[in-house]
Write a new protein. Structure first.
Length: 92
């Protein structure tokens, strides 16, 4: 992945997270380009949130994934976003 595309993807991720409905605050832990077994490029996005596992529900995680994919398409980022959620307490 070209550096320009990665930077555009990171900006898009920050924008989507900034538009998150009220509820759980999510922050970027890491973003890294990867290639799957079929040679398709994707972005592995690790997000951190405060609270326990019950803080996230499927509407939040799936909805965010859909919004992220749509935003990537508008930003001309072809890589598919794969989201991973980590509790801050697990990092401490």
């Amino acid at each position: 992945m070209k550096e320009q595309v990665l930077e555009r993807a990171q900006t898009t991720i920050r924008d989507v997270l900034g538009e998150q409905p009220t509820g759980v605050a999510l922050h970027i832990l890491s973003v890294g380009p990867e290639v799957d077994g079929d040679g398709e490029e994707f972005l592995y996005i690790r997000l951190v949130y405060d609270g326990g596992p019950d803080m996230l529900d499927s509407n939040t995680t799936i909805g965010l994934s859909r919004r992220m994919r749509s935003a990537f398409e508008k930003a001309d980022v072809e890589a598919f976003p794969v989201l991973s959620f980590v509790a801050q307490s697990d990092l401490d």
